[in-house]
Design a protein around this ligand. Structure first.
Ligand code: PMP
Length: 454
């Protein structure tokens, strides 16, 4: 039953939901009016994911600074969603705000390098360890280009992903393993007539035997993975997993693409530097330019040589990599400011200390009410997982996904003045986040969990 699996009675979820909904609507007249006014946006929002939040009508944010949001009705929030990682370093960090306003008077889009370009390359090399870099506009794009590069380099057709992974709106990654073990296009994917499983293999995370089998016929160009799975609650790698993955991929001539878009929370050089991973290809987006749309993809020396060889061998024409606004002077200015002045060792020390404090506080609140849940953490990223023990893979994560309970918790927290990610129970601590804000979140969570169980 729902109660046995989640630890919470459905009636309590419904009661808390209707209470939070009434409070939300009752105290937000302008928010309600705004929902009615957006007549010429599909579903009333600029991007349809925005109707997927827990709120009965979308929250309209009038201001976001540091780790605080204010809505159009004047309510303030401690923001632990932080744009689902795009604002990992806080909203509008001052060095980024200054750099982009300076750049706005010198050219935003030229399709030519600016004087910041070489410095950005040097900064990325020093930070993440890979020698060659390209700029893209979203992490989605960076992953698409890196996968294309992997196929060009290896001449192989297929890729391997881990079940439950998300790497952006990258068509060929929308494959998953269903409960009966069948591999198919992911549920919910619209407008995809192709059987994506023809070129994408999918295996459970933390399963090196399955990786070995999937790579055996040497048709896999690339394995793409997050170092910690952060898009199906949080699945940490088991000891030896990354070492094994690297050994198997090398042995089969398969490239390894590490997507650090979320795990940049781990430390200044991402999980890769913190744990000595050795990717051939590397992607990070979202927060890497402090909130300005930019992503970067890096490659090893060998990958760079082979990619250039493939390019020379091909006839002239579109490579299928790059977009008009990528590598713009705006992006370069924001990247440079973020890398030089925002994502510093000092900032990360603060983020990590607060995340540890948050994890301990949430674990305490869960234990007090005896729920069979735990808290996982990856640097400044904290996740409440509705299972007693660490998750091993995406299948286990799907089994503890309780949509109504999750949305109720989110809305109940929101009316208590704290915002967490609309996807599962993810919370981030930024350089701008304060200990008082973390304590507010812990107190609000304690209150909500007691209401759900008392
Ligand atoms: N990679 C990972 C690991 C992500 O979590 C996401 C987005 N959640 C992306 C890539 C895609 O980022 P974007 O939507 O900015 O393209």
């Amino acid at each position: 039953s729902f109660l046995e699996r989640s630890g919470v009675a459905p009636a309590r979820v419904a009661a808390l939901r209707s209470e939070a909904e009434a409070l939300y609507l009752g105290t937000r007249p302008k928010t309600r009016a705004a929902a009615g006014a957006a007549a010429h946006l599909l579903q009333g929002v600029p991007m349809h994911w925005m109707v997927d939040w827990s709120t009965p009508v979308p929250l309209v944010v009038s201001e976001a600074t540091g780790a605080r949001l204010t809505d159009i009705d004047g309510h303030g929030y401690d923001d632990f969603c932080l744009g689902d990682t795009a604002a990992l370093f806080g909203h509008g960090p001052a060095p980024v705000a200054e750099a982009i306003s300076r750049q706005a008077h010198r050219g935003l889009a030229t399709m030519l390098p600016s004087p910041d370009a070489a410095a950005v390359g040097d900064l990325l090399n020093a930070r993440f360890g890979l020698p060659y870099w390209q700029i893209a506009t979203t992490a989605t794009d960076a992953n698409r280009f890196a996968l294309r590069a992997a196929r060009a380099i290896t001449g192989r057709p297929r890729i391997l992903i881990f079940d439950g992974a998300y790497h952006g709106a990258v068509d060929e990654t929308f494959v998953s393993i269903s409960a009966n073990g069948r591999v198919a296009n992911r549920a919910g994917l619209l407008g995809e007539p192709r059987d994506l499983t023809l070129l994408t293999r999918v295996v459970p995370f933390n399963d090196l035997d399955a990786v070995e089998t999937a790579l055996a016929d040497n048709t896999i160009a690339c394995v793409i993975t997050e170092p910690v799975m952060t898009n199906c609650a949080m699945v940490l790698p088991q000891p030896g997993f990354h070492e094994g993955l690297r050994e198997i991929t090398r042995r089969h001539g398969t490239l390894l693409l590490i997507d650090e878009t979320h795990t940049l929370s781990t430390g200044p050089g991402g999980y890769t530097r913190a744990h000595g991973l050795e990717p051939d290809l590397f992607v990070v987006g979202k927060a890497i330019a402090g909130g300005i749309p930019a992503a970067v993809w890096g490659m090893s020396n060998e990958a760079a040589i082979r990619l250039l060889q493939a390019r020379e061998a091909a006839p002239a024409g579109h490579s299928g990599m790059g977009t008009t606004l990528s590598g713009s002077p705006l992006q370069l200015a924001a990247l440079r400011a973020t890398l030089e002045q925002v994502a510093t060792d000092h900032a990360y020390a603060h983020m990590e200390a607060l995340a540890k404090h948050l994890k301990a506080g949430l674990a305490g609140a869960i234990n007090e009410v005896g729920l069979p849940w735990h808290v996982a953490r990856c640097g400044a990223r904290v996740e409440v997982v509705r299972a007693p023990a660490p998750l091993r893979d995406g299948g286990q994560s799907r089994a503890v996904n309780f949509a109504a309970l999750e949305a109720t918790i989110h809305l109940a927290l929101l009316v208590r003045g704290v915002l967490i990610s609309p996807f599962h129970d993810m919370m981030l601590t930024s350089p701008a986040t304060t200990q008082a804000q973390v304590d507010n979140l812990i107190a609000a969570t304690r209150d909500v969990l007691q209401r759900l169980t008392a």
